[in-house]
Design a protein around this ligand. Structure first.
Ligand SMILES: [Cu+2]
Length: 603
């Protein structure tokens, strides 16, 4: 039997013989540019409320002219035509009648984002892949083609943070909502942009996201503070000169490996034997202007502190939830989280060049380039090496979640359903680390997705399917996760923005833990603190099978996941059985033909 891991090793040798593929193919569908020589603004990201992203829409190309709202200008960012920042996006969504259509193709590539060559996987030839733009209320249609002909990996694409209200089947999670998409096949995902803000899409099979299969999502809408220019996404990735599939064995036997480097928007430098390779990402500032940037925590196992020397940031949104603006000099970015920030270019008198820093937090990350994951913010004509100093900070895997005050205020009602689960780690008889939650480590079959069971009327599941059922429509669910282990975990829930009622160190107590139900922070990814607990809540208002998991790549693969079957009786009617069946049939044939074995939790 040939496993995915072995397939990848084969891919390595094949790719190193062949001619070096370009890291970034010249290609018109990459607004989220990874080109180190260009500034964010010139890389094609949106500079006004209307998206200027070029990608490929046959139905309608998103441009400023076709934007759902022309009234959203530099000093009227809270407006959105008939809607505004006060509109409750849970209950009202602009009816734009617009469909944004995109085509994404996954390929095996050889890349050198820090000058060191290795194999990877790319979307439309680039890492990060192209940014998908839409306006609030648009329909989004994405055709994904798997052309991973060297690695022979199956795939799926998850649209992180997108609520998928009544569109569970388009959530893109292998073993849960679909089978892996076979090499040589295409699949079309359809969803509606009912929220707005910044997010990302990424593969949701094994560790493939961190081989390079990810890109940005920007949904234009109103904002809680004004700014002049939108500079688009800033992806914060960790990076190693070995692939994550190669590193996984050491992760599951010896714990998380040290990683070589990190990338800001797909690029950074690397110094070895006195020779520096690669290039830094850089951003051009014009004195006096204010810039919106959209930070994305896209690492496999790194918690970041993000800052720009001498500059202050105003946070206006977290995940896809607009918040009351607040100022800070450091933003903590956990894996899976996004923060929208505004930075005013008001330091030109001090210097021409400033470091933008993504600093791995040693308390829960291990990186060889601790103080060298940086980009350059420059005033003037061109960047040069900054000499600025970082803000002082105390190392720690902190979460800014409890600082957040959602702009559209919502309260949480009393729990109709409650559960508490403990996260722990154990070793199998084979010496492999497995994370457990709900007293089990998730192990699901990628060729047998939960939606297939639901469609077939199967309602009992194995313990290691890690199923929790939420049957009552619109009931309030309180879910506590706690751990005594000194490892923090970014917890991500699909299908909902959850409310964080409490988060802290020590042990949760139903008697003494104070729950905030009055407009608590809400988002799609928040930290379970090291040796602590988090109390989450959400309303069962979205029928479907929704994964909850730790967003540390190693941990998901080691089984740190649960699936909620929400309103089971309503799900079948929402499933396109042809779509589900076609992808599974294609995978069955492909898997058998190439003798591919599943080696991890299945998600
Ligand atoms: Cu974890």
């Amino acid at each position: 039997m040939r496993s995915i891991f072995q397939s990848l090793v084969l891919a390595l040798s094949a790719a190193s013989i062949g001619s070096a593929s370009p890291y970034k193919r010249a290609d018109t569908t990459t607004p989220g540019s990874s080109d180190a020589s260009s500034t964010l603004a010139s890389s094609g990201t949106s500079t006004t409320s209307g998206s200027s992203g070029t990608p490929t829409s046959a139905t309608s190309t998103p441009t400023a002219e076709t934007s759902a709202c022309k009234g959203n200008t530099a000093d009227t960012r809270s407006e959105w035509c008939d809607y505004d920042i006060d509109s409750d996006y849970d209950t009202e969504v602009p009816d734009t009648g617009v469909t944004r259509e995109y085509w994404l193709e996954l390929t095996d590539v050889t890349v050198a984002p820090d000058g060191i060559s290795r194999v990877a996987m790319a979307v439309n030839g680039s890492i990060p892949g192209p940014t998908l733009f839409a306006d609030w209320g648009d329909n989004v249609v994405i055709h994904v083609t798997n052309s991973l002909t060297t690695s022979l990996n199956g795939t799926s694409i998850h649209w992180h943070g997108i609520r998928q209200n009544y569109t569970n089947q388009h959530d893109g999670v292998v073993a849960i909502t679909q089978c892996p998409l076979a090499v040589g096949s295409s699949m079309t995902y359809k969803w509606r942009a009912t929220q707005y803000g910044s997010s990302w899409y990424h593969s949701h099979i094994g560790l493939q996201a961190w081989e390079g299969v990810f890109g940005g999502i920007i949904i234009n809408g109103p904002a809680t503070a004004d700014y002049d220019e939108d500079l688009g996404l800033i992806f914060l990735n960790d990076w190693d000169h070995q692939t994550v599939d190669e590193l996984y064995h050491s992760a599951e036997t010896g714990g998380p490996p040290q990683l070589n480097n990190g990338l800001i928007n797909g690029t950074n430098v690397w110094t070895e034997d006195g020779v520096t390779t690669g290039e830094r990402f850089n951003v051009s500032f014009t004195a006096g202007k204010s810039y919106r940037m959209r930070l994305v925590g896209a690492a496999v196992d790194t918690h970041w502190k993000f800052s720009i020397d001498n500059h202050t940031m105003t946070v206006i949104s977290a995940d896809l939830v607009p918040v009351e603006p607040y100022e800070t000099t450091i933003v903590n970015v956990a894996m899976g989280q996004r923060y929208d920030i505004i930075v005013t270019a008001n330091q030109a008198d001090l210097a021409d060049n400033f470091w933008m820093r993504a600093i791995p937090q040693v308390a829960c990350s291990d990186n060889e380039s601790l103080n060298n994951i940086k980009a350059i913010v420059y005033y003037g004509d061109e960047p040069s090496e900054p000499t600025t100093d970082p803000y002082a900070y105390t190392d720690g895997c902190d979460d800014d979640t409890l600082t957040l005050v959602p702009w559209v205020a919502k309260n949480v009602e009393a729990a109709a359903w409650k559960d508490l689960e403990t996260a722990a780690i154990s070793r199998t008889s084979a010496g492999l680390f497995k994370w457990t939650l709900n007293s089990t480590s998730m192990l699901v079959d990628w060729a047998d997705p939960t939606l297939e069971y639901v469609l077939d009327g199967v309602s009992t599941f194995e313990t290691d399917d890690a199923v929790i059922k939420l049957d009552t429509p619109d009931e309030w669910v309180y879910f506590v996760i706690q751990t005594t282990m000194t490892v923090p975990h970014p917890i991500h829930l699909h299908g909902h923005d959850f409310y964080v009622l409490a988060q802290g160190t020590g042990t949760y107590s139903s008697a003494t833990t104070v729950l905030n139900t009055s407009n608590p922070p809400r988002r799609d990814t928040a930290m379970l603190p090291s040796g602590g607990f988090m109390v989450m809540a959400w309303k069962a208002d979205n029928p479907g099978v929704w994964l909850m998991h730790c967003h540390i790549g190693w941990h998901t693969s080691e089984g740190f996941a649960l699936q909620f079957i929400e309103r089971e009786s309503e799900i079948s009617a929402l499933i396109d059985s042809d779509l589900l069946g076609d992808v599974c049939t294609g995978w069955g044939t492909f898997q058998e033909e190439h003798e591919i074995e599943q080696e991890d939790s299945g998600v």
